[in-house]
Ligand binder design. Structure first.
Ligand code: AMP
Length: 457
């Protein structure tokens, strides 16, 4: 499936190409056609699935095709989102995807002066991306009207609920014309959200991209406890062995993917990396080589791997564990297709133990630990209260002071798991948010300060 097969118009296709998007993600495949068609939509999807583009692209297309607003300067679409960070990210995405359209947008959120936001609205915008508090504030001051809204998008509805915004959301909705298109996205569907959906959506199309955790049951899995510094050495060790003919290797970062591929090549293992910063032609070439068995390893980031469909892939190797357990299921689901025997190997350093715990919770299974490897670190023997750290990782996780995080089952050996620390990576959605915010800020530049933006053309 390509974006043009989804009937997106040329100005959007052009922008997507420049963004390096080659294949729509599953939520985009499922959501774009009905939203283009004007249907209401209930989307069960979380951050990281590509949901922003899933609603922004058809929204931009519909506004572009409808021509200028009537009356002039009327706000035609509202995207409500719980946090300022999300609002800014959505603004950045609209800016990027809509750069070849004339659609204007602004971002409205609290904690900063309202004047620049109000000025932007006065000049006329088609889309407002907002957090509920500031939006209500502006509405109450008569500075912003929702009476011409044609499309309303409620993003991260369950988080709105968690953050106590649901009453504000209802107040906002009460001001939007009943005759409209409504899209509601939520990672989970608690009863309160189901009730809200039932009251605001009309005959919605339902799309869901939460992975089925049962995929994981068919695939043999192993975890390798290893220090962060020896992960690449372990990878080389495994790939030099005979058991693995061809592996899709996952790295959390683009930089990491490049480094891994380079190091493998140096060690005489044919490898290439693919990620969003690589030209499409380079990615296609690497993928073709991989499919033709000319590469032993293809090192990919999660997004770059979305388009990869290799039937007889026998091994997936996670050099980094993803901070979202669903991503793990997606990754390992690439192996074991079409009757092939799948095997997923994951490296886990001490900082990734909370991710491993989340993965095991989601997949409802304990992943066996492979101890028979040269870089094994026995976490189960690590920091005991007042005890001595047995290796580098132990010293690091003990913070040099030997503080115990709780009973670790010292001396038990075997596959016993330590009590996994809760520090870091807890709120996996939050972690991802921060990463992307970082990359977004360089793109939007000064627009961030005023909280508003305008498509250049
Ligand atoms: P989201 O779930 O909307 O927060 O998107 C997650 C990340 O995936 C963002 O950094 C997007 O830029 C990126 N992304 C979304 N759709 C695609 C796609 N079809 N191809 C490549 N990257 C994408």
């Amino acid at each position: 499936m390509t974006f043009s097969e989804l009937n997106l118009i040329e100005p959007l296709l052009q922008a997507l190409q420049e963004e390096g998007y080659t294949t729509p993600t599953p939520i985009q495949e499922q959501a774009i056609p009905p939203v283009l068609n004007g249907d209401d939509l209930l989307g069960c999807a979380q951050t990281g699935t590509g949901k922003t583009a899933a609603f922004s692209l058809p929204l931009l297309q519909r506004l572009h095709e409808a021509g200028p607003a009537h009356p002039a300067k009327a706000i035609r679409a509202l995207i409500l989102t719980p946090t300022r960070e999300l609002a800014l990210q959505i603004g950045d995405s609209i800016n990027a995807y809509g750069r070849y359209t004339k659609i204007k947008y602004t971002v409205v959120f609290g904690g900063v002066g309202q004047v620049p936001q109000v000025e932007q609205i006065k000049r006329g915008v088609d889309i407002v991306v907002a957090t509920p508090g500031r939006l209500l504030d502006l509405m109450n001051q008569g500075l912003l009207s929702l009476k011409h809204i044609e499309t309303f998008i409620l993003d991260e509805a369950d988080r709105m609920l968690d953050m106590g915004f649901i009453h504000d959301v209802r107040k906002v909705i009460a001001q939007i014309p009943a005759h409209r298109q409504t899209l509601l996205f939520s990672a989970t569907m608690p009863q309160e959200i189901q009730k809200l959906s039932a009251s605001i959506l009309r005959d919605p199309v339902y799309v869901e991209v939460t992975p089925v955790s049962s995929t994981a049951e068919k695939i043999a899995q192993k975890v390798y406890f290893v220090d962060k510094t020896t992960k690449r050495a372990l990878l080389k060790h495994l790939l030099k062995g005979e058991e693995i003919q061809r592996a899709l290797v996952f790295s959390r970062t683009k930089h990491g993917a490049d480094r891994i591929a380079k190091e493998l090549s140096k060690a005489g293992i044919s490898a290439q990396s693919i990620h969003g910063d690589k030209a499409q032609s380079t990615r296609v070439k690497a993928l073709t080589q991989f499919k033709n068995n000319e590469l032993k390893a293809l090192v990919a980031t999660d997004i770059a791997a979305r388009g990869i469909d290799v039937d007889d892939l026998t091994h997936v190797i996670n050099v980094d564990l993803p901070n979202e357990p669903e991503t793990y299921v997606h990754r390992i689901g690439r192996t074991g297709r079409a009757g092939a025997e799948g095997m997923a190997l994951s490296f886990c350093d001490d900082t990734e133990l909370p991710y491993l715990r989340d993965i095991e919770k989601l997949t409802k299974q304990t992943i066996p630990v492979e101890e028979d490897q040269p870089f094994h670190v026995d976490y189960a023997k690590l920091p005991l209260a007042g005890g001595k750290a047995t290796d580098k990782a132990a010293r690091r996780s003990a913070g040099g002071g030997g503080q115990s995080q709780g009973p670790r089952g010292g001396g038990q050996g075997g596959n016993r798991r330590p009590e996994q620390r809760r520090s870091g990576g807890q709120n996996s959605g939050g972690g991802r948010t921060e990463q992307r915010q970082g990359s977004g800020s360089s793109r939007s530049g000064g627009g961030r300060n005023s909280g508003s933006g305008r498509n250049p053309r």
